[in-house]
Design a protein around this ligand. Structure first.
Ligand SMILES: Cc1ncc(C[n+]2csc(CCOP(=O)(O)OP(=O)(O)O)c2C)c(N)n1
Length: 372
């Protein structure tokens, strides 16, 4: 039923044999630029955090092809239940760097009105990108529930549910896959095996031979794919999506990749990632691999990365400046969106807070550090 041979499309020199990605030249270039946008967003967020302008970010270097390849197999009517590391899925589908930066600064234009941590994005458009859950794996049954609802309504949308290798140790992983397997919910589970869950290496995460095999316990077909090969991830995801749309149920995809940075801006991976391992994965960087493919099609020449990347950096920097200049959410928003009618005891707490604001001109606000 399953195929655990590591699936690849692109060889190291960019050859793809007679593979047909189904993407036009413009779409291939959009995939490429989306990966560079992830890098530009990452690099900018790191500088913003180190200079104290934002509290937290999550590095994505090395896993861009998994995110963009998977996202490219979805329609905008589909639903993404993302991991906090899925910047590329949002960017590929046209979420603007500005909307993402509003979240990073927690300002008044942030979709969550500053109530979430940075990188806990939530977008209704251009694709359903469901608010990120901090507790690992809790979004897996949520995504299965949404997928199942689509099936009951007779819609042909699917849910892509993305999580890390660490996410497979959560209760949500087991209950989510079990339900989806039994009820043939239109879900595609994307396990991004990026080598570590914070400092916990994959080999200590599970006694199984990898993660794809876990699908068998739930009657779910699985695919093991090279996560640094954008076209292979796209192909594997497209297969899962097609099965789900056809009513044939879920698919589990294990994308083997590597987190080339720290877990977050609060982490120092040099304490636990062996240098040889990093060097080994540096050689497998998904960006030059895709560039070699584009070059073989006459779409890329030496120097194009620098030109495109500086355009991405300018876009992200402008987004960051705009987000920083946007006011923070007003104090009143603490009390909105929960009760239709605010109860008396909450109203009096609000009055106290507004009074403090009137007297002191500032009702507080912490240093913004996040220890995770
Ligand atoms: C239930 C729960 N336990 C622990 C944590 C702390 N924590 C935050 S991120 C993380 C690592 C998750 O690793 P993985 O799922 O592999 O994703 P990755 O960060 O590698 O992309 C952990 C343990 C949490 N957020 N929720």
């Amino acid at each position: 039923m399953s195929d655990y041979e590591l699936r690849t499309v692109l060889d190291s020199s960019g050859g793809a044999g007679d593979h047909d990605s189904g993407l036009s030249d413009a779409e291939l270039m959009h995939c490429y630029r989306s990966m560079l946008m992830v890098r530009a967003f990452d690099d900018t967020a790191m500088k913003l955090q180190r200079s104290g302008r934002i509290g937290f970010s999550i590095p994505n270097r090395g896993i861009e092809a998994t995110q963009v390849g998977a996202a490219s197999a979805l329609r905008t009517t589909d639903w993404i239940f993302p991991s906090y590391r899925d910047f590329g899925m949002a960017l590929y589908h046209g979420v603007s760097a500005t909307d993402m930066m509003h979240n990073m600064f927690g300002n008044a234009l942030d979709a969550s009105k500053g109530r979430q941590m940075p990188v806990h994005f939530s977008f209704e458009e251009p694709i359903h990108f469901v608010s990120i859950s901090s507790p690992i794996g809790t979004h897996i049954p949520q995504g299965v529930g949404a997928a199942h609802a689509m099936k009951l309504r007779g819609e042909d949308s699917v849910a892509l549910i993305s999580f890390g290798d660490g996410g497979t140790s959560s209760l949500g992983f087991h209950s989510g896959l079990n339900f989806a397997g039994v009820w043939k919910s239109p879900a595609v589970f994307l396990c991004q095996n990026n080598g570590y869950a914070i400092s916990m290496p994959t080999e200590k995460q599970t006694a199984s031979d990898g993660f794809a095999v876990k699908g068998e316990a739930y009657g779910i077909p699985a695919i093991l794919v090279d996560g640094n090969d954008l076209l292979a991830v796209r192909q594997a995801t497209a297969e899962g999506v097609a099965r789900a749309r056809a009513g044939d149920g879920p698919t589990l995809i294990e994308a083997k990749t590597f987190r080339m940075g720290g877990h977050s801006t609060s982490d120092d991976p040099s304490k636990y990632v062996p240098k040889e391992l990093l060097d080994e994965w540096e050689e497998k960087d998904p960006v030059p691999r895709f560039e070699a493919y584009l070059a073989s099609k006459g779409l890329w020449v030496e120097g194009d990365r620098e030109t495109l990347y500086s355009g991405c950096m300018a876009e992200v920097k402008e987004a960051a400046d705009l987000a920083q200049a946007t006011p923070l959410p007003s104090l009143e928003t603490i009390f909105s969106d929960v009760y239709e009618e605010v109860p008396q005891h909450i109203r009096s707490q609000g009055e106290e807070a507004y009074d403090l604001l009137r007297r002191k001109g500032d009702a507080g606000g912490g240093g913004g550090e996040f220890p995770l």
